[in-house]
Design a protein around this ligand. Structure first.
Ligand SMILES: Nc1nc2c(ncn2[C@@H]2O[C@H](COP(=O)(O)OP(=O)(O)OP(=O)(O)O)[C@@H](O)[C@H]2O)c(=O)[nH]1
Ligand SMILES: [Mg+2]
Length: 382
């Protein structure tokens, strides 16, 4: 007689569990969550930028001018009135990173930049700097939006005290960042970008070229801070995403990161997103067929104006759905602050190597409102 010993019983239980999980996920109508994404196996150190990417600027402050460079730019969207904050951000990123690497800067605005803005920014860097005007059709509310409905939505959100709920220009900005900046003529020559906002802080030396790391490792999207979105700004976003996935299953990536954004196989959004005021990403991904179809689908719903869809959840869901999870990079090495939150490297060697001015104990990663613990978990770390 076959006796079922305890280890055999456990193994059978696990096998049965796994196969029913497979059956369950393979019969959901929307293939948002790929089964293999559930089984991440990487260790905590696996996503760190390898030592070979670090430069020793103490030993040799100048980089070989013939060194490998990526096709990349730093980009900032700003108003003329943002000039002081823009100057502070550029100064810090130049000091911490770009004075060694000399990547170009692109500044964009829907109004012409003043001579004062240009002068104050240009003096900060020896890298090429260009200033672009955003064409009106990339910025302003499209004519097919029902203005009465949009106005009513803004008034209601303002009444409900939703941050930027009553602002039209904020909505223009979110739609532009979601679907247009990478099509601006000044950005078309470049593949990778680092998004920088006025008044942010870079707390650590960056002696690595993050663009080369992205390029060599086929990365699509890099972030430092991740958190929950305000549900009231995106009431119908997830249903539009689901509709997209049902209509265009061919664009949904295998091994995607949907388990980071949904706790129930894609049924509902858990509101986690990458905070897009910092992004290092591949514009060819945004320009590609899949994300273009995704943006057009979302845009056609009018949610940028009838609600207040942010570029953060739109980029994040786009990247999580249409790229593989291993193409999304947590830049744990970068000390970054956008009021009121800071990401500070938790790993002592990274913090020391970067001569970071932030306090790891106060890193937003430790906050209950952060999704970074969840990111580590779905990647099999912690
Ligand atoms: N040219 C232009 N840039 C804008 C406009 N509104 C926002 N921006 C820029 O778009 C980016 C995001 O705007 P922010 O006002 O910082 O929005 P936020 O980060 O969600 O909110 P804050 O907490 O206020 O920083 C920043 O780079 C701003 O400079 C605008 O109307 N015109
Ligand atoms: Mg900001």
């Amino acid at each position: 007689m076959l006796r079922i010993t305890r280890p055999i019983a456990v193994a059978m239980f696990l096998l049965l569990g796994l196969s029913s999980l497979f059956l369950l996920t393979s019969f959901t109508s929307t293939p948002l969550l790929s089964v293999s994404a559930l089984f991440g196996s990487s260790s905590k150190s696996q996503d760190r930028i390898p030592d070979s990417y670090y430069n020793d600027f103490d030993a040799d402050p100048s980089l070989d001018p013939l060194r490998r460079r990526a096709n990349a730019t730093l980009v900032m969207l700003a108003r003329n009135s943002d000039v002081d904050g823009a100057v502070r951000s550029v100064r810090e990123l130049e000091d911490r990173f770009n004075r060694h690497f000399n990547y170009p800067w692109v500044f964009l605005n829907e109004e012409p930049f003043t001579d004062e803005f240009k002068r104050r920014v240009q003096v900060l860097t020896s890298a090429p700097v260009s200033f672009g005007l955003i064409p009106p059709d990339m910025w302003y509310q499209p004519s097919w939006i029902d203005e009465e409905k949009a106005t009513a939505a803004r008034l209601k959100m303002e009444e409900d005290n939703i941050i930027y709920g009553g602002s039209l220009s904020y909505r223009n900005m979110c739609r532009f960042n979601s679907g247009f900046f990478y099509r601006h003529e000044l950005l078309l020559p470049y593949k990778y970008y680092w998004r920088v906002e006025p008044d942010v802080h870079f707390h650590c030396d960056m002696s690595v070229d993050p663009f080369l790391y992205m390029q060599d490792n086929n990365k699509t999207y890099g972030f430092t801070i991740t958190m929950f979105e305000y549900r009231a700004t995106i009431p119908t976003l997830w249903s539009a995403v689901r509709e997209f996935a049902e209509r265009f299953p061919e664009y949904v990536s295998p091994d995607n990161a949907m388990d980071f954004m949904s706790d129930d196989g894609g049924e509902n959004y858990n509101l986690c997103h990458f905070w897009s005021n910092f992004e290092i990403a591949d514009m060819d991904f945004w320009r590609g067929e899949a994300y273009s179809a995704f943006f057009d689908h979302l845009d056609s719903k009018g949610g940028f104006y009838y609600e207040r869809w942010g570029d953060a959840p739109v980029h994040s869901i786009g990247a999580a759905l249409l790229a593989r999870k291993d193409q999304i990079q947590f830049f744990r090495e970068v000390g970054y602050e956008h009021n009121p939150y800071t990401h500070c490297p938790a790993e002592t060697d990274l913090w020391e190597r970067g001569r970071c001015s932030c306090d790891p104990a106060r890193s937003f990663d430790n906050d209950g409102y952060s999704c970074s613990g969840r990111w580590e978990r779905v990647n099999g770390r912690g």
